[in-house]
Unconditional design. Structure first.
Lengths: 497, 162
């Protein structure tokens, strides 16, 4: 056993330990500690990714050396390694990029608590990505929810409180459904480890036993995770939560929290129920329909927004629709496109939130587009990053968003006839709608007006500059060098079967 | 195991009914405290479901006392473990939700979630108006932080912006 296999549980545990230490130290120390820990997690996950690619197959880490049916397991293939590394990179850049926002929005004596939550969030994300046990997944889903709620609430004003309440209510609905789904699955299969459940489910779906309970379970699992990741009819909490929390929180919420749940759902698709059974029970069609509606509704609502934060938030709803549309196609190609879009959307959305903060800083603290006019000249790097992000979301070539749209289109062509037409037409409409609001947003950022906000003494912080440059590079990297990543995703999905 | 008909599934049926009662209360009720009670009913229903699945009539808890090592003498202990874990999770979620409710009540003096969001929206509108007036006056020389302070009439807790 190589030492690298130990990195998998270590990346979960080091964050938990870091969270405990952060609660006892001062804010600035907590920030340094967290940045160090997140960087360590990035490095460890990079090693795991390289190791699994070299190994050519997955490996299972048995917690406490208790063998399969009794012990708890973590499993790492190259897809898990890739996603875990990517999530920790985004987390690192979001934390670094929002430093000034954290100082402004959070009371000084509570800054260390913010980093407790950041550490908790990262540890739960790592556990969600790596776990091989369904009940462990449930526990970490709850930890993730609580950490996310605290990340919204830490900026202490009325809006964030209301947003956190709404988020909490929606999430507890989702986790209640997830819990009873897992309990029912346990009662008909008698297993909690993912590969064992899959064997039992295959045996069940071959025979005639428990056909209805199995359908109910599949429905419950799909709906619960869709609620938690803010798929269209369950998105009411999202604009407020993204709109009023501090910039780092908004970036983390939009790019990591909902994506963690979606990745768990993909794992359930492949490793718990099996893709064929999922498609056979038509749950993919339901996700497809709601994904399509979300793509249109999110974009149409975004057009009406005059607040930059709300615009980005509603665009998130549309992008989550894209991901569910890809999953709903029910083919491996669709799944690859969905996972690639998870990555490209995380990279772009967190960049937009961080850049937006830089633009708002030079516009009298107002998030309204009439005040943001000309802010691209007042804070150049943030303006460039905002434009790159907007273009990427629209789908301009060379950028991440374009590549994922190409993958979606390729996947749609190979799908069933009706689904192909619906997916292609909606992709086209949604791209036009995206273009309407994002291009308008970038134009208004570069319209030279409101020069009275010009502040001679204003300097953007170095940390956010570094983060924005890294984000831009990441976007171009995902856009130009997409093939190795998509190939890794394909290999990873192959391991999943 | 799920039995063949309703008679064998009394506990499952009861737990599903309780679950739907809790779920509906959590989703539709306007009062925050009742929402939290609904959440607890919902989770307890799942524990009833799990506990009833773990119990087999005539068998004992899996602790070897009289030297009986036959598997048929004992029940499966895992559902009980799951229930314990679930209780821990739901207690912490309840604590978090109650603390949010206390904060909401301190700020808005009501527990009605619709009223609260209405008041929050009204706050925002007032805030925007204030900011507009303020921004017209802005000379454009002072730093961002001071402007943010000026433009935020909404009460923030002590210790902010220090």
């Amino acid at each position: 056993m190589s030492i690298i296999e130990n990195f998998v549980p270590f990346s979960v545990i080091i964050c938990l330990a870091g969270g405990v230490i952060c609660s006892a130290v001062k804010g600035e120390t907590a920030r340094r500690l967290s940045v160090t820990i997140i960087s360590l997690v990035v490095i460890m996950n990079a090693f795991v990714l390289g190791y699994t690619l070299k190994l050519g197959h997955e490996f299972v880490y048995v917690m406490g050396k208790f063998p399969a049916p009794w012990g708890n397991e973590l499993r790492a293939g190259c897809l898990e390694g890739l996603i875990a590394m990517f999530f920790s990179i985004i987390m690192l850049l979001s934390v670094i990029g929002g430093i000034r926002g954290q100082n402004d929005d959070i009371a000084k004596d509570r800054l260390n608590l913010y980093f407790v939550m950041i550490n908790l969030m990262l540890s739960s994300l790592m556990a969600l990505v790596y776990t091989n046990d369904l009940f462990t997944a449930y526990v970490f889903v709850e930890i993730n929810t609580m950490a996310a709620c605290a990340l919204i609430m830490i900026r202490n004003n009325g809006h964030t409180l209301v947003a956190a309440t709404k988020y909490m209510i929606m999430s507890t609905l989702g986790s209640g459904l997830l819990l009873i789904g897992i309990s029912m699955l346990y009662s008909i299969t008698g297993q909690l480890l993912m590969p064992d459940i899959k064997k039992a489910v295959e045996a069940l779906s071959a025979g005639e036993n428990y056909a209805i309970p199995l359908t109910v379970v599949i429905g419950l699992l799909g709906v619960s995770l869709a609620i938690k990741s803010a798929l269209f009819p369950f998105h009411s909490w999202l604009p407020e939560a993204y709109g009023f929390s501090t910039a780092s929180s908004a970036a983390i919420l939009s790019s990591l929290v909902s994506k963690g749940y979606i990745f768990l759902l993909i794992k359930i698709f492949y490793r718990v129920i099996g893709l064929n059974v999922m498609v056979g029970h038509k749950i993919t069609n339901i996700l497809f329909v709601f994904g399509i509606i979300a793509m249109i509704v999110g974009s149409v609502t975004a057009i009406r927004q005059t607040d930059v934060r709300h615009l980005i938030a509603y665009s998130s709803i549309a992008q989550i629709g894209y991901i569910y549309m890809g999953m709903g196609l029910g083919s491996t190609a669709g799944m690859v496109a969905a996972i690639f879009h998870i990555m490209s959307h995380s990279a772009t959305k967190s960049m937009l939130f961080i850049a937006q903060r830089g633009l708002v800083e030079v516009s009298n603290g107002s998030k309204d587009f009439s005040d943001l006019k000309g802010s691209g000249y007042r804070n150049r790097l943030a303006g460039i990053a905002f434009t790159v992000g907007a273009f990427s979301m629209v789908g301009i070539p060379l950028l991440a968003g374009f590549t994922s749209k190409v993958y979606f289109a390729e996947a749609a062509i190979t799908a069933v006839n009706t689904k192909m037409w619906i997916a292609m037409i909606t992709l086209a409409i949604s791209t036009i709608l995206n273009a309407i609001y994002f291009i308008r947003a970038s134009i208004s950022v570069y319209t030279p007006r409101n020069m009275n906000y010009r502040d001679v003494n204003y300097r953007p912080s170095n940390a956010s500059n570094i983060a924005l440059v890294c984000f831009i590079v990441l976007n171009f990297f995902l856009g130009v060098l997409s093939y190795p990543i998509a190939h890794t995703i394909e290999i990873g999905l192959e391991f999943f079967k | 195991m799920i039995g063949p008909n309703l008679f064998y599934n009394t506990f499952s049926v009861a737990s599903v009914i309780l679950f739907s009662v809790g779920f509906t209360t959590l989703m539709l009720h306007r009062n925050m405290i009742k929402k939290i009670i609904g959440f607890n009913i919902m989770d307890t229903a799942v524990y009833l479901f799990l506990a009833s699945k773990g119990y087999i009539t005539g068998r004992k808890a899996p602790i070897i006392v009289d030297g009986v090592k036959n598997v048929d003498a004992y029940i499966n202990p895992i559902p009980a473990g799951l229930v314990l874990t679930g209780i821990v999770v739901s207690v912490s979620v309840t604590a978090l939700m109650l603390s949010i409710t206390i904060r909401l009540y301190e700020r808005y003096h009501t527990l009605d979630i619709d009223d609260i969001s209405l008041k929050a929206r009204r706050d925002e509108r007032g805030n925007n108006k204030y900011r507009k007036i303020n921004s017209n006056k802005a000379s454009g020389t002072s730093g961002f932080n001071e402007m943010l302070k000026k433009g935020t009439p909404m009460k923030e807790d002590k210790g902010e912006h220090k």
